[in-house]
Design a protein around this ligand. Sequence first.
Ligand SMILES: *Cc1c(COP(=O)(O)O)cnc(C)c1O
Length: 352
Amino acid sequence: MKWEDNVRKVVPYVAGEQPKNKNVIKLNTNECPYPPAPGVTGLAQEMDYSDLRLYPDTNATPLVDVLAEYYHVKPAQVFVGVGSDDVLATAFQTFFNSGKPILFPDVTYSFYDVWADLYKIPYKTCPLKEDWHIDPEDYKQPNGGVIFPNPNAPTGLLEDLDTVEEILQANRDVVVIVDEAYIDFGGISSLSLLDKYDNLLIVQTFSKSRSMAGLRIGFCIGNEKMIQYLNDVKFSINSYTMNRTSQVLGVEAVRDDAYFKEITGKIVATRERVKKELTELGFVFPDSKANFIFASHKTVPAKEIFEALRAQNIYVRHWNKPRIDNSLRITIGTDEEMDTMLEFLREYLKER
Ligand SMILES: *Cc1c(COP(=O)(O)O)cnc(C)c1O
């Protein structure tokens, strides 16, 4: 068909499976196993839904304000979106227009190359080192921008602030995006570098550490001018991105800091225990600071373990991709969920 010549053809991102069956142990998309803050679920029940006839606040002002207060920045430094995927897509469109390739790791969040292709942004991937760490030297070549997650996904490895700063130092003339989707599980945020680097954009999400993947809330913090540019692009596509319910419940989630610290603390404790048990079972993995572990077994291929777990209704993530096809990304669930998985693995590996 002739019209197909003019279609914007893209190979879309493939999200982790959301099984219809409720009886699965779901460790495949890095969701939080605990419910959202009690204030959030309580408020959701009391909300006055007659307001839904009205458009939402285009700026999500109360949510922007509460985030600015929480992270000690000005409201003009905060931009919110429909999940951090929306924030990141808008940032790609806004900041990566130089014609030079943007740089990101070869093993990383698999949405980056999809957005680059969608927006026709050239890109070049930089191989992670043998130990899965980012090599800052790779980011000292001419480029149109830089993006990496910290901690990285799916490795879970955190880079220290010196490494982040070394990359920023070498890239003063382009925007550097640090995707901190997993920073709340024991990492140190790059927020303290914002005063020094006006080209730094930090992106975070409510989906993992705040247990609200279903509401789709993400945000970024950066220089005021950067946020203005992001808003200009956003208001050129769709002014009313974040719905009323998400705005109201998002504020409540930030207010309940004790609950936030409690659930992230629980996940960190479970993660550290699971690391020990996986090691005993013959798994090796980079030392994760995220809510997942990127593990491969010393003798049994990842694909086989993946399928054996799946047959038990235990879902983890596996990619048929170079470099990572012998690893499984296992989300940290509740202690009970992890015990069920570990118990099965113990028996399964014994019989092999
Ligand atoms: C999960 C994830 C996101 C996006 O999450 P949202 O639900 O869209 O906020 C972004 N970056 C990385 C690295 C992620 O793992």
